[in-house]
Design a protein around this ligand. Structure first.
Ligand code: TXA
Ligand code: MG
Length: 361
């Protein structure tokens, strides 16, 4: 299959028409959103939906998000929408906010992976909105990455994963948020964050008065435990490198990271440190990927950094722990999965080292 890439800055009309026609024919289209790129298909076309799972290599019990551009479309697919759900949708749409609601059961079963709820999102990206409007379709779309790899935030990354497998990629430039949308279940009185994202827990709490964060967000799902969101069960966003998160006070983190890094470097391995711009100086003369000045910057480049590390054959990534406030919770959620929940507490490590030094002294 030939993959056609349309640069929407210069090929807007051609790209939009090609996407519309492809969606109407039951083909897949990769399109930009403000969060990450999506791998879209006509939600009502069962065969088209099946192509998403096949091309992505996605487990069939991991449900998809339905993308809409107009409020009226929600009535077609969701049921028993509470005033609270309405309030939150009105506050955060269009934007990086996905609501899980009771399903009307009108879409193919494969969309919801057998659940009786449906995830719906109204993206704010102008290209995504125009594609949805023009096609007249509700478009189901997971992130446009091969299952298990980091999500994509540029058209080139989509091409890296799907060249020859998807007919159309709309290139809308770099995604502005860089992490997938907040997934929030609102089927009860209290909204529950199943996946943190650009619409933060603090923002939801301000609107709803209260918000719950699913335990699985930072701790995963134990074997045999029921996952509130099937996506939580999978090791996600995994680069080939071994990822380790180092938490604790700044000084302890630096000591632990340097000693682990230097040991690996001496052994001929290729370690790399992911840290904020202000911390680059702490690790000078080592391989560093600066995640920028703010947590928002870090969110935007995180997946690119993970993909770059793979391209450069990095063996291990040391990631400085981040505050869990605001978008920091979303960063922590992604990186902890990439790390397979391997978190090193630097304060404790330093204690142990002191203890050993005492014993030997
Ligand atoms: O920002 C985004 O949300 C991107 C763009 C393309 O819109 N999409 C995205 O889709 O991240 P995906 O499939 O990679 O992640 C959707 C997540 C999965 O973890 C899935 O398990 C969860 O949403 N999900 C979908 N439907 C659900 C439901 N009915 N109940 C609970 N979780 C659901
Ligand atoms: Mg995904």
């Amino acid at each position: 299959m030939n993959t056609e890439v349309y640069d929407l800055k210069t090929q807007y009309e051609e790209g939009m028409e090609a996407a519309k026609n492809a969606l109407c024919r039951g083909e897949l289209v990769i399109f930009p959103t403000e969060t990450v790129y999506g791998l879209g298909a006509d939600a009502k076309n069962e065969q088209a939906v099946a192509k998403i799972y096949a091309v992505k290599g996605r487990p069939s019990n991991n449900p998809l998000i339905a993308h809409i551009w107009d409020f009226q479309q929600i009535e077609q697919i969701a049921d028993q929408i509470s005033p609270l759900a309405m309030k939150l949708m009105r506050a955060f749409w269009p934007g990086p906010f996905t609501v899980v609601l009771h399903s009307k059961g009108v879409l193919p079963k494969s969309v919801s992976g057998g659940l009786n709820t449906i995830a719906v999102r109204m993206p704010s990206d102008i290209y995504a909105r125009e594609m949805l409007r023009r096609s007249g379709k509700i478009v189901v779309a997971p992130s446009a990455n091969l299952s298990g790899s980091p999500s994509t935030t540029t058209a080139q990354q989509c091409l890296d994963d799907f060249q020859g497998k998807v007919p159309i990629i709309l290139d809308g430039g770099v995604c502005s948020v860089g992490l997938e949308s907040t997934v929030c279940q609102i089927t009860d009185d209290i909204p529950v964050i199943l996946r943190p994202g650009g619409i933060t827990a603090e923002m939801i709490e301000e609107q709803a008065g209260i918000v719950k964060i699913s335990h699985a967000v930072l701790h995963g799902v134990a074997p045999g435990e029921n996952a509130p969101s099937p996506g939580m069960m999978y090791k996600h966003y995994a680069p080939k490198a071994k990822v380790r998160i180092i938490e604790g006070n700044r000084e302890a983190i630096a000591n632990v990271v340097k000693s682990m890094y230097d040991k690996e470097d001496k052994d001929g391995k290729k370690p790399c440190i992911f840290c904020s711009a202000e911390r680059v100086v702490v690790y000078k003369n080592r391989r560093i990927y600066s995640l920028g000045a703010t947590p928002e910057d870090a969110a935007k480049v995180l997946f690119t950094a993970l993909r770059e590390a793979d391209k450069q054959g990095i063996d291990s990534i040391y990631f400085e722990g981040v505050e869990h406030e605001g978008i920091g919770l979303a960063i922590a959620n992604r990186i902890i999965r990439a790390a397979g929940f391997d978190v090193v507490n630097a304060d404790k490590e330093v204690e142990v080292e002191k203890h050993i030094a005492c014993m030997h002294g």
